[in-house]
Ligand binder design. Structure first.
Ligand code: ADP
Ligand code: MG
Ligand code: ZN
Length: 479
């Protein structure tokens, strides 16, 4: 009988903050600039250049700490983490070791096994590094410092997770909270959220922690799940063979589905940390803390409870809509304009989710404006467009936020309300399809479906199916 093992996982999550400027200088954090155009003496590490803390970064860090039930360090400092690497022009990274901004929080997660609280060990502020480009020239590497100095929060959990399912629930919860706060867009694929997985195994039922490894380069939930499974198995085989797990940093290769050692794990002392003498310590006043607390948004749990009271829509819809603050805002603002929550929700639950999936996008990327969605709902209510046309209009709104009225007009999608035209088309269809007419008159009610279809076709789809039905029945009842 083999031994049973349990997995122990703690996460270090780096989140890129959505500030306009970098953490210690006024350079832009915008993506996609020409290499080394968003740089200055501070973020390229020129001797004598002095960093100044971006107030917005501190405010975001405090807001995140409050949302994750942490205690806020009222007197916090920055430290230098010394290491040499060409993407790090100062030869040290400004980070926080001794007095991080937040400590001791928790996040509630829910999995198939029930609720669980995951401890937050600490959150600290630090700067991102530049980017090395190795494949452009054969004989040299290039460096782009545009990302150097972009603000990061590192959120360090306690080793409280026991499975890939818990890890993903934790990351999703974290992402929802951070997006509700508007502090980061948290995209794993684009690197604005990065998770390093620390994992060890131990014999089931024992208390102590086994030796862990840290895995990097995990940029999707799928990669995270596979890496956890792979690393757990690798460590168990080592132990079963009587070998030891080496504490090291490993890189996950999601194509080969294997991890390989990158470097032996450094200790804090290897970095020769010391307080950064260029930055003054930060004192956070009670007033300012109170002000940030007051400005905290309504989070998902509270929003769900309020929706249940305010809107007559299914709980399932509420769950999907509130998973994204952006979608929830769109829902509320559109409902305020048109007063029809269920119809708004139907557009979100149906076409919106379908298109998001088809385009590989996230709810945060929806560009439809509340005015236009309310406008489309009105066009349908007024029977100015039928449901097929409405879907076509919605797709254009989804891609380019077009004005539905104008778009319907331009594309000729408005229904023909001219009863005369409809009657003429229906008469022609009746005359051209004696077989179906006979069937219907013999009592095969379904035969009318074909005639409706033909009439809609003759009207180029721009007729109200209800009206077509009515006119046809009228014609067919006459002998
Ligand atoms: P370092 O700063 O050297 O990376 P920390 O002690 O700060 O190390 O831990 C980093 C992360 O590793 C934390 O998320 C922590 O929960 C996790 N961790 C620490 N020890 C273990 C272990 N034995 N097994 C799994 N995870 C661990
Ligand atoms: Mg670490
Ligand atoms: Zn700069």
């Amino acid at each position: 009988m083999g031994k049973q093992y349990e997995t122990v996982i703690g996460l270090e999550v780096h989140v890129e903050l959505a500030t306009e400027t970098k953490i210690f200088c006024g350079c832009s954090t915008a993506f996609g600039g020409q290499p080394n155009t968003h740089t200055c003496p501070v973020c390229t590490g020129m001797p004598g250049a002095l960093p100044v803390l971006n107030r917005q970064v501190l405010e975001y860090a405090v807001a995140v700490g409050l949302a994750l039930n942490c205690s806020i360090t009222r007197y916090c400092k920055f430290d230098r983490k010394n290491y040499f690497y060409p993407d790090n022009p100062q030869n040290y990274q400004i980070s926080q070791l001794y007095l991080p901004i937040c400590r001791g929080g928790s996040v509630e997660i829910e999995t198939g096994e029930g609720r669980k609280s995951i401890g937050i060990h600490e959150i600290h502020m630090e700067e991102d590094a530049g980017k090395l480009i190795h494949d452009q020239w054969e004989d040299c590497s290039l460096v782009d410092y545009n990302r150097s100095g972009v603000p990061l929060l590192e959120i360090v959990s306690e080793p409280d997770m026991g499975s890939a399912e818990e890890v993903i629930a934790y990351l999703e919860k974290l992402r929802t909270i951070l997006r509700y706060l508007g502090v980061s867009d948290c995209k794993l694929q684009e690197g604005s959220m990065r998770a390093d997985v620390n994992l060890s195994v131990r014999e089931a039922g024992t208390e102590g922690l086994g030796t862990r490894t840290e895995m990097k380069n995990l940029n999707s939930f799928r990669a995270i799940s596979r890496a956890i499974r792979g690393e757990r198995e690798r460590q168990i085989s080592l132990l079963e063979e009587g070998k030891e797990v080496v504490q090291e940093t490993r890189r996950w290769d999601d194509i080969r589905e294997e991890s390989y050692a990158m470097r032996s794990k450094e200790d804090a002392r290897d970095y020769r940390y010391f307080p950064d003498p260029d930055l003054v310590p930060v004192a956070i006043s009670e007033d300012w803390l109170e002000e940030i607390r007051r400005r905290q948004p309504e989070f998902r749990t509270e929003k769900m409870a309020r929706y249940k009271k305010e809107y007559p829509i299914p709980d399932y819809d509420i769950e999907i809509i509130t998973a994204s603050k952006h979608m929830a805002d769109l829902f509320e603002e559109t409902t305020a304009l048109c007063g029809q929550p269920k119809k708004v929700s139907n557009w979100l639950m149906g076409e919106t989710l379908r298109l998001l999936k088809e385009r590989g996008m996230e709810p945060e990327d929806i560009c439809v404006s509340p005015e236009h969605l309310a406008g489309l709902i009105r066009l349908i209510d007024e029977k100015a467009v039928n449901s097929t046309a409405a879907k076509e209009i919605f797709e254009a709104m989804f891609d380019r936020d077009v004005d539905p009225e104008q778009y319907a007009e331009e594309k000729g999608l408005k229904m023909v309300s001219d009863e005369g035209a409809l009657r003429r088309a229906a008469e022609e269809v009746v005359a051209a399809n004696p077989k179906s007419v006979e069937d219907y008159r013999k009592g095969r009610e379904k035969a009318i479906g074909f005639l409706v279809g033909q009439t809609m076709k003759a009207m180029k789809g721009r007729a109200d199916p209800g009206a077509v039905n009515r006119v046809l029945k009228e014609l067919l009842s006459k002998k």
